[in-house]
Design a protein around this ligand. Sequence first.
Ligand code: SF4
Ligand code: SF4
Length: 292
Amino acid sequence: MATETPMLDELEKGRWPSYVKELKESGYEGLVKLYELEFQEKKTHWIHGGIVSIPGYDAGVIGRLSDRHDLVKDSHTLRVLPCPGWCYNTKIWRKIADLWEKHGSGLVNLTGSTADIQLVGTTTDKLVPVFEGLYEIGLDIGGSGPALRTTSACVGPARCEWALYDTLDLQADLFNTYIDEMHRPRWPYKWKWKLAGCPNDCVASIARADMPIIGTWRDEIQIDQEMVKEYVKAGLDINQVIAKCPTGCISWDGKELTIDNEHCVRCMRCINAMPKALKPGKKRGATIMLGA
Ligand code: SF4
Ligand code: SF4
């Protein structure tokens, strides 16, 4: 049977979750129609309409205005500062969901790299009521535009044994110290910090931040030789581990694993392969890097 949205319907097929399905369920009918139209015409109907913001803030709202007011006039996204470690209780989430269903689409994006909670889809007249509601819950707006963007941090010591410094503590400190720079864009361009507790870099700071702050260690990798042997006995191809060391500073003589720590670049590949046998050194801290 023919539907009004044949092209969007294609994006609902398959076994994976569909954002189109979520969009349709939100009841945001005009937006769904506009989206279908864009696929049909192969062009966007979103236009640059200047800054949309909450009075006194200037950041935190990603404004979207359309040239098809008959379908949908505007559909903005709000960025909300996250809790370090993304540790929330259900009480908070019920309040956020109620607020956003009352004043917005009800759609929330938690998977972006901005670190923020993203409330997706509301109109200009609802921005202040949403902001007031967030304030009552105890939440604040995140960064956007040419400002300090919301600092992102990995879960660090809250949940990860590899955290080499307290990413959450630093994230909270940076929020509290530089909140003005996040809320009031006054720079020529955006600036991003991302905090990774170790070189595994789960927040992709190397790729996405102007200033990655990555946990590292100064001294020698801790080796448990007996556990190395256990790994080998259990079938680990230790020659592969050695081959993947970017500086070729590991060797194995069949009885003992040796690391030339002078040439180790702290990439963690060997540690990830044998986490029970190898651990970062004991003198731990962070490397501050500049430039994406
Ligand atoms: S970056 Fe390192 S410390 Fe942070 S969550 Fe990933 S593995 Fe753990
Ligand atoms: S951490 Fe990386 S550079 Fe250092 S020994 Fe292991 S694989 Fe090699």
